[in-house]
Design a protein around this ligand. Structure first.
Ligand SMILES: [Zn+2]
Length: 173
């Protein structure tokens, strides 16, 4: 590849004091680190029901997901969760606690999902969403969930509700 700083060719090398191969510029020695992306989002609930968004884009077109997306520079996790919920479903949320971390090491992604109380009642399908719907715990469309992280969060939410557990963060590792 070519250096993003000066345009010269890079070389795959383990930098001094590191233990991972990196692309290092042969001219300016800039090290091109590649790190996982954070996907931040919410598990929006109201009276025990869960709001899901039907995806209007690939991947997972036509399947149900939780409002979530790539974290932006300059925002906190909580701000990111609120922003995604607002952008995709016009939701206003009261964030309660970090509910799920879900690591996907193979593709370098980490989900951070916040259990959140829905504040407004004029939520609606917005950007990247064709439909929003509140599902009771017995109505979850398990066969049409877009991502494994969403299934994981929903299963844990239902189990916690059943067992009277609150405030626990669930991790897939
Ligand atoms: Zn360079």
């Amino acid at each position: 590849m070519y250096c993003i700083k000066c345009g010269n060719k890079t070389k795959k090398t383990i930098p001094t004091g590191d233990n991972v191969f990196r692309e290092i510029c042969s001219a300016c020695e800039y090290i091109h680190y590649v790190n996982p992306n954070i996907i931040v989002g919410a598990l929006p609930v109201h009276s025990g029901s869960i709001l899901l968004c039907k995806r209007d884009i690939e991947p997972g077109f036509g399947k149900w997901t939780l409002p979530s997306g790539f974290m932006e520079m300059g925002e906190s996790l909580e701000d990111g969760a609120k922003r995604e919920a607002h952008e995709e479903a016009n939701l206003e949320l009261n964030i309660k606690y970090l509910f799920t971390t879900y690591s996907l090491p193979r593709i370098g992604q980490v989900y951070m999902l916040y259990l959140s109380e829905i504040v407004n009642d004029d939520y609606a399908a917005m950007h990247e969403t064709s439909e929003v719907k509140l599902f009771s715990k017995s109505q979850i469309p398990w066969d049409d969930i877009a991502f494994s992280a969403v299934t994981f969060a929903l299963q844990n939410y239902i189990a916690d509700s059943k067992n009277g557990i609150s405030g626990k963060c669930h991790s897939n590792y």
